[in-house]
Design a protein around this ligand. Structure first.
Ligand code: SAM
Length: 190
């Protein structure tokens, strides 16, 4: 397939927004794949702030960063992303240029621990406020699991309602694939 698949496209969007030395957020650490990608992207002078409500996810992300020699480029919080404004030190706020939310549950883990619409929207609102202009928030929306469709619909409603004077909002999705494949909503702060 020549068209960009969902996960590579999510990363491409972040590559467009983020430069070496920037501050970025991995809002859902999981196994830390995105954390390592972001730590690489921001370089030695940049920093990644990461969040997850599961201690095993924080540890897995930490381990993955360590293996790649990137541990010093990240601060990982065992806390929900809805605490972004509180936990990311104020000195970094206006330097945030990218954030990724990989929604749903952690593969191979407890499927009842999923991201929730209220906390996801709260975190997006906070990050939009904190971010630098032209910063991009990428949401990878998984919606096949229990509760996934509710989160999808709430997020789409919220994103549709975002004032076009404040943000550009993109939806990138294959519309003829079966089994609820994930899709992207990206929000670029104006
Ligand atoms: N990006 C990850 C990776 O590369 O492996 C996968 C993330 S997984 C799909 C979703 C993660 O979101 C789970 O690890 C889950 O514990 C976490 N999560 C659920 N609610 C959260 C919240 N309020 N704040 C931060 N993380 C949350």
């Amino acid at each position: 397939m020549k068209m960009e698949r969902i996960l590579p496209y999510a990363r491409k969007l972040l590559q467009k927004a983020v430069s070496q030395g920037d501050i970025v957020v991995d809002a859902t650490l999981g196994n830390g794949h995105d954390t390592v990608f972001l730590a690489d992207l921001v370089g030695e002078s940049g920093h990644v702030f990461g969040f997850d409500v599961q201690v095993q996810a924080v540890q897995a992300a930490q381990q993955r960063l360590k293996q790649q020699g990137l541990l010093e480029r990240a601060t990982l919080f065992h806390a929900g992303h809805e605490k972004s404004a509180e936990l990311i030190p104020a000195a970094y706020h206006s330097k945030i240029t990218g954030a990724i939310f990989n929604l749903g549950y952690l593969p191979g883990s407890d499927k009842t621990i999923v991201t929730r619409p209220e906390t996801t929207v709260t975190a997006i609102e906070q990050l939009l406020e904190l971010m630098a202009p032209e910063g991009i928030i990428v949401l990878v929306i998984y919606h096949g699991h229990e509760g996934g469709a509710i989160e999808r619909d709430a997020l789409l409603e919220y994103c549709h309602s975002l004032d076009q004077n404040l943000a550009h909002v993109l939806q990138y999705q294959f519309i003829n694939q079966k089994n609820n494949p994930p899709f992207i909503v990206a929000i670029e702060k104006k």
